[in-house]
Design a protein around this ligand. Structure first.
Ligand SMILES: Cc1ncc(COP(=O)(O)O)c(C=O)c1O
Length: 392
């Protein structure tokens, strides 16, 4: 059993007394679900990101499923996405019958290769549309303005997976989540993320129709209009399609509402820790971090190092085990989605070959990065890693 009091995990939430007070208020209030905290949290996130509408969900995954549903994804669409993500970003589209077309990544950020996207985004289709789902990996925003400029067909549908990127900005200054160049943006509030609600997610949009559809999807497909109340009675509603119940509770929303007040401070703290990692790990042979050019806009969600383990005559599994023996957690983000058995027989023709993703996958290792990580702990992590790799 790991001793969680001394172990340094790769990620963890930061909860303080103000969070506990806010959750307690929700717990002792009149509503513990579908009440004022949910609305307040949605409004606060929409305002922070600069989007018109926000709809909360009980996980980032269900928020992605909702986004793909209201975006009317179908088997006729060409779904262009990155393999460097958690399975949910492709899985949500797959549930709609859409076969993914994975594109390669660039290793300086772990994000989708925009040259490959440009080569594919306007390819004609006999029936469906092109749908693009970029993931802002590790909190580094994909240049969505550049993506927007590539698109020739206005039917092209764009969903941003910003599960890692709440708090990041685009180079032009807009916040990730503003949907300035997309139809929908999806957030996750899992405890490893930059802001947590325990489990939770949100979809942002500037489109009122999509907003109404998201609310309906979250609530068992229930539609209730003023006209129905007047003509039928106050109890009356209609269900046009079966969806499910994906509501966030008041307790989760209160936690998120409280955390949002510290989000900018969280990002600044992460940024300082990443700078320290850069200082301590620079000039180590066969080891690299993502390019500094992204540092000005990132949400600093993950600290990924790319190590040529073979050059050190070791393996990633061995390095992870030795780190764990020193009380340090690490992770791999991500197993390329196309490698999961469920997708092996289901990926579109174009997805045969991903040289950059494969090299990246062989070398990637996420080291601890979270708000309450101390500089001393970063020093310990780097010293242990150097000891394990036998570099001074
Ligand atoms: C890129 C990405 N997309 C989607 C999700 C799904 O979010 P959740 O865990 O809240 O369902 C995650 C969570 O790990 C993620 O990292």
């Amino acid at each position: 059993m790991l001793n969680y009091n001394s172990f340094i995990p790769y990620a963890r939430q930061s909860i303080d007394s103000t969070d506990i007070e806010e959750v307690t208020k929700a717990l002792t209030g009149h509503f513990i679900t579908r009440g004022p905290y949910v609305k307040a949290f949605e409004n606060a996130i929409a305002e922070y990101c600069g989007a018109k509408f926000a709809v909360s969900f009980n996980s980032g995954t269900s928020a992605l499923v909702a986004a793909c549903h209201v975006g009317k994804l179908s088997q006729n669409d060409r779904f262009l996405t990155t393999p460097n993500s958690f399975v949910a970003s492709t899985g949500a589209a797959f549930l709609k019958g859409t076969i993914p077309t994975f594109l390669d990544i660039v290793r300086c950020s772990g994000n989708i290769d925009l040259h490959q996207l440009e080569a594919n985004i306007n390819l004609p289709l006999s029936r469906g549309r092109n749908v693009v789902l970029p993931v802002h990996f590790a909190g580094i925003p994909v240049d969505m303005e550049a993506v927007d400029q590539m698109i020739c067909n206005p039917d092209t549908f764009v969903i941003e997976d910003a599960a890692h990127a709440l708090g990041a900005s685009y180079p032009t200054g807009q916040k990730v989540g503003s949907c300035a160049w997309s139809n929908l943006t999806v957030l996750s509030f899992h405890p490893a993320k930059n802001l947590t609600t325990g489990e939770g997610g949100m979809v942002l949009t500037n489109d009122e129709e999509l907003y109404q559809d998201l609310c309906c999807f979250r609530n068992n497909g229930i539609q209730k209009t003023e006209e129905m109340t007047v003509t039928q009675g106050p109890w009356y509603y209609e269900v046009q399609e079966i969806t499910g119940n994906y509501h966030m509770t008041e307790l989760q929303a209160a936690l998120g509402f409280s955390q949002l007040k510290r989000l900018d401070a969280f990002v600044a703290k992460r940024q300082a820790l990443v700078s320290l990692y850069r200082e301590l790990l620079e000039n180590i042979p066969h080891l690299s971090l993502f390019s500094r050019k992204h540092d000005a806009y990132s949400a600093y969600h993950l600290l990924v190092v790319q190590i040529d383990f073979a050059a050190y005559r070791t393996t990633r599994a061995q390095v992870m085990q030795l780190l764990e023996a020193e009380g340090i957690g690490s992770q791999v983000h991500y197993i390329p989605i196309y490698r999961h058995p469920v997708f092996k027989n289901n990926i579109a023709e174009i997805s045969d070959y991903f040289p950059e993703m494969e090299i990246y996958y062989n070398q990637a290792l996420s080291l601890p990065l979270f708000v309450d990580l101390t500089p001393e702990q970063v020093q310990k992590v780097c010293a242990c890693l150097k000891k394990i790799l036998a570099v001074s």
